[in-house]
Ligand binder design. Structure first.
Ligand code: SF4
Length: 208
């Protein structure tokens, strides 16, 4: 099987970076985790802080055994697959292997591609720049909407109406706009208590 076919089947993946840190945002804030950042994204958020991830071709293509072996070096057993947009790839083989090796598997995704993989936790962060694929709604455990502008509350509610009833709903200020939107977010959760606030605490901690 050649490399292209292996990428297509999810047996090899472009890895932009992988590192052990602490999950800084969302429902698992503060938990040590090994992050696997896959290269490639076609969503095009204007405020994206990892634009260098967009071109998959720039990053080394690794076999899933090698990816999992690196994760096993560290004591934490929570893995977060992120990007880029990780659902551009078939994540069934990687997540199967991670679970076989004892990891709890998490994903951070915009949901812009069909869902794949076996996950213990799915964080769905929809973006205005590319509509989510419908398969994400039944799989999302956490809906995390980045608030860049006050109009984003309507966008958040539109997706909240489509996720499962027990899906956690979080509003997170976009880092560079935090001072402009924070007051509105605080007011919003106080009047809409089914939402809570997520902060990018890793940026305060100055860790990746
Ligand atoms: S989906 Fe994520 S990686 Fe892709 S452009 Fe948006 S913020 Fe950047």
């Amino acid at each position: 099987m050649d490399k292209t076919q292996k990428i297509k089947e999810g047996l090899m993946l472009p890895v932009m970076e992988a590192f052990y840190t602490v999950q800084g945002e969302g429902m698992h804030t503060g938990v040590p985790a090994y992050f696997i950042r896959l290269g490639g994204c076609d969503v095009g958020c204007v405020w994206c802080d990892v634009k260098e991830s967009w071109e998959a071709e720039k990053w080394p293509i690794l076999g899933i055994e090698e990816i999992v072996d690196h994760a096993l070096i560290y004591p934490g057993r929570m893995v977060v697959i992120t990007g880029g947009e990780p659902l551009m790839y078939n994540l069934d083989p990687l997540t199967t292997l991670l679970k076989e090796r004892g990891f709890s598997t998490h994903i951070e995704t915009s949901g812009a591609h069909p869902f794949s993989g076996h996950f213990d936790w799915v964080c769905f962060s929809p973006k205005k720049f590319k509509a989510p694929h419908p398969s994400i709604y039944e799989n999302a455990d956490e809906l995390k909407v980045v608030i860049f502008h006050k109009s984003d509350f309507d966008f958040a509610e539109k997706h909240a109406a489509l996720v499962k009833e027990d899906c956690k709903k979080l509003l997170q200020p976009e880092w560079s706009k935090s001072s402009q939107v924070m007051g509105a977010i605080v007011d919003y959760v106080k009047t809409h208590p089914n939402w809570k606030i997520s902060l990018q605490t890793h940026k305060f901690m100055d860790i990746p």
